[in-house]
Design a binder for this molecule. Structure first.
Ligand code: ADP
Ligand code: UVW
Ligand code: MG
Length: 399
């Protein structure tokens, strides 16, 4: 059997899928799974669709292994598992999520060592993702030198954003050097937006839509005519919404204060903004929404409330770019699975006439709004892996 291997390195997870080519890309993967909790307690869960076997195992991580080391272990663990579960499978292509494509890459690309070298220059703009994305590609160069690899960019979907949504109010010279708003989670938005005509009808799907991708990394995208018009993340994936460990938007004066009054250098700041803040920083307990929702601590409740408030504010802000709000769509680990978070965000938005139907929300139904809600509210599981596979097969002319 021929198959396409997909690797999707997120900030706290490494997801994989092996899609059969039968002869075009299958809808469902033969093997799929992820190591989640990278940086905390990595746990591998995977599924073999052929045998129906499900597999879960905590990774043995030597003490003091940093996030990079944990991502490396996760990759080795996944390769070994795929090897054991894919006798008779011929991998004919591989597809990767690459978080930052910079100014140069606006569409999927066949990966060569030269392309990877160029993408390495963007590591400072996506320190939680780009190194892991590129490590997976380089590992496959040596493990499967004959297999063509395709890179798909999180930034690409936002190329249609409004020109005004591209700029920061900084001197022109910086904009010309590439200091601009790119946006991320584009593969997720592309996958989810493709489902909307079926779910909402063609006409409504062309209207003002906001997709909320709430995972360990979180962002929102304003769409009109099915295209990205603006998004909450900017130059880097630390902007916008509050996240698992990232601040999201922050008064730049806070950074000046930390440098001038506390003598923090770039490394310390990066650590604070990307790794010590967000849900983890405010709660002092965990970056994992599941843990916070179960906690009775006031600090956990405060972190959850701040997450929801800032998410609701962003819906208000982005409704400008989408020219109204016909539908709000939840996706990502939190968006798909955390009913209390969807409910609290909806409460803040009640003034718009948006109302959830609690029982539908509780069971994570596709449509979770009441009959009289002025805004449709959907839960649509994302599938970045399928989207990457689709692009890889098209670009390589395999399907
Ligand atoms: N049942 C659940 N309830 C609340 N939060 C959940 C649930 N399942 C997953 N999550 C949250 O989803 C996050 C991971 O989202 P995901 O989109 O997979 O992450 P990544 O950003 O690494 O791709 C976890 O950190 C966890 O907080
Ligand atoms: C761009 C980004 O934040 O990705 P993730 O949610 O996978 O961390
Ligand atoms: Mg993700």
């Amino acid at each position: 059997m021929k198959a396409v291997l997909i690797l999707n390195a997120g900030s706290s997870s490494l997801k994989f899928a092996l899609f059969p080519m039968t002869p075009k890309l299958a809808d469902m993967p033969r093997l799929s799974g992820q190591v989640e909790g990278i940086g905390a307690e990595p746990l591998m869960s995977a599924k073999d669709a052929n045998s129906g076997e499900r597999f879960t195992e905590a990774l043995a991580v030597p003490p003091d292994t940093d996030v990079n080391g944990q991502h490396r272990l996760a990759l080795e663990f996944i390769f070994a598992w795929i090897n054991r579960h894919s006798p008779g499978v011929e991998i004919v292509a591989a597809g990767h999520r690459i978080v930052h494509g910079g100014d140069h890459y606006g569409a999927p690309v066949v990966l060569t060592p030269e392309v990877v070298a160029e993408l390495e220059t963007l590591i400072p703009l996506a320190p939680l993702h780009q190194p892991h994305n590129l490590r997976a590609i380089k590992s496959l160069f040596s493990l499967m030198p004959d297999v063509k690899q395709v890179g798909c960019f999180d930034t690409a979907f936002h190329r249609t954003r409004l020109p005004v949504a591209e700029r920061f109010p900084v001197p022109r010279a910086l904009f010309n050097e590439g200091v601009k708003r790119y946006g991320f989670h584009g593969l997720s938005y592309e996958y989810v937006s493709r489902q909307l005509p079926d779910l909402l009808g063609e006409e409504k799907a062309r209207g003002g839509i906001i997709i909320a991708h709430l995972g360990n990394g979180a962002s929102m995208c304003a769409l009109r005519d099915g295209l990205s018009r603006d998004t909450s993340m900017g130059f880097t994936a630390v902007d916008g919404l509050m996240m698992g460990t990232r601040t999201g938007s922050l008064d730049p004066g806070v950074i000046l204060h930390l440098v001038e009054q506390k003598g923090m250098d770039a490394k310390a700041l990066s650590n604070l903004l990307y790794k010590q803040s967000g849900l983890l920083g405010v709660s002092g307990i965990s970056q994992d929404m599941r843990v916070l929702l179960e906690s009775d601590e006031d600090s956990a409740k405060e972190a959850v409330e701040l997450f929801c408030y800032r998410a609701a504010c962003m819906v208000g802000q982005l409704s400008m770019a989408s020219g109204g709000l016909e539908a709000l769509v939840f996706t990502g680990g939190i968006g798909e699975h955390a009913a209390p978070i969807r409910a609290r965000i909806a409460e803040w938005l009640a003034w718009t006439g948006l109302h959830l139907y609690p029982a539908a929300n509780q069971r994570h139904a596709t449509r979770i709004h009441t009959k009289d809600s002025k805004v449709e509210v959907l839960v649509v599981p994302t599938n970045e892996e399928w989207m990457i596979g689709h692009h890889a097969v098209n670009l390589l002319g395999l399907g």
